[in-house]
Design a protein around this ligand. Structure first.
Ligand code: 164
Ligand code: MG
Length: 313
């Protein structure tokens, strides 16, 4: 990683090639097999089945700003060419709301008043903490807050509190969709204004499309910090959604210090082209792999994990 993100500095993943092109399997190391198996289903879907027809040629992308100090924000944003929306990580362990305010203020100062800023707390706040933090952060203008609290009931409660107090911050559900036994519950219970969907944890492009349709809420497609191969699947999902009103969190190859593709799928002028994404999975080789292959114990660990997850499918 170019910048530490969700507590990791190194990103490992598995790539394989099937009749439809390349697929990726990169569940985070701490994920248990049942959860990781969905990531395998998604990778196999890309490599063996391919994707639905796109309904757009480009996907608008957001910059992703990890929980860095304000001095580092400009350098992070420089990795997201032309992006007019930024997602800022907040509520990082060991940091305070003052740190979040300082980071969001710096993003607003650098991107100007017309940019969209959203924050992602990764379920770290209680309802009261979220109410207080979002009250302060809303002064900078927020497009939405992603997963401020862990439970669906807490999100529902927070929405009511924000409405009561006139704090205009819509709520987006991420973990309540991708880590839930029932990914539709958050929509059914009126606990979110929009849903964030990721191809790998939801088991593939088709199943993510079905979940969005069933939720009946606006959707934002986001990455799983994949290589360009996994990002291409995210672009395929975003390209196939009947409606797409928000920039997608698919610019994260810019957070990696190396990538597998000959032309890494990073945003140019704020978008990723759907044709470029298709070219990445159709390529015969991923030349960026050279010099980055895992060997020895790490390689064996991944191959063993792959086999255990495959047995669950
Ligand atoms: O949505 C984005 O801008 C980038 C992707 C992103 O933030 C995430 C990817 C993978 C794991 C997560 O911790 C994180 C998220 O919570 O959305
Ligand atoms: Mg999130």
């Amino acid at each position: 990683m170019r910048v530490r993100f969700r507590g990791i500095d190194v990103r490992e993943t598995v790539l394989f090639r099937g009749p439809a092109g390349w697929g990726e399997f990169g569940p985070f190391p701490e994920y248990a097999e049942a959860e990781a198996a969905k990531w395998l289903a998604a990778g196999l879907g890309s490599a063996w089945e391919g994707w639905p027809e796109p309904v757009r040629e480009h996907v608008e992308v957001n910059a992703t700003v990890p929980a860095v100090s304000p001095e580092r924000v400009a350098d992070v944003l420089a990795g997201f060419d032309g992006c007019r929306t930024a997602k800022v990580k907040v509520a990082e362990r060991g940091q305070s709301v003052d740190d979040d305010v300082a980071r969001v203020a710096e993003v607003r100062a650098l991107l100007g008043p017309s940019a969209h800023i959203r924050v992602d707390a990764n379920a770290a706040w209680t309802v009261d903490q979220a109410r207080e933090a979002l009250g302060r952060l809303s002064a900078y203008g927020l497009q939405y807050a992603e997963q401020p609290c862990a439970e669906v009931s807490e999100l529902a409660q927070l929405r009511l509190l924000l409405a009561r107090d006139g704090v205009d911050v819509p709520i987006a559900a991420d973990e309540s969709v991708r880590k839930a036994d029932d990914p539709i519950k958050v929509a059914r219970e009126g606990a979110a204004d929009l849903v964030v969907v990721k191809v790998a944890p939801l088991g593939g492009v088709s199943s993510a499309l079905a979940i969005v349709a069933e939720c009946g809420l606006p959707a934002v497609v986001s990455s799983a910090i994949d290589s360009s191969v996994g990002i291409a699947a995210g672009v395929a999902l975003a390209a196939a959604l009947p409606e797409l009103d928000y920039a997608c969190g698919l610019g994260t190859v810019g957070l990696l210090s190396a990538d597998v593709a000959e032309s890494p799928l990073v945003p140019r002028d704020g978008v990723i082209s759907v044709a470029d994404a298709r070219a990445v999975v159709a390529a015969t080789e991923q030349p960026g792999l050279a010099g980055h292959e895992l060997t020895g114990e790490r390689r064996d660990w991944w191959l063993d994990r792959l086999a255990r997850c495959h047995a669950l499918l």
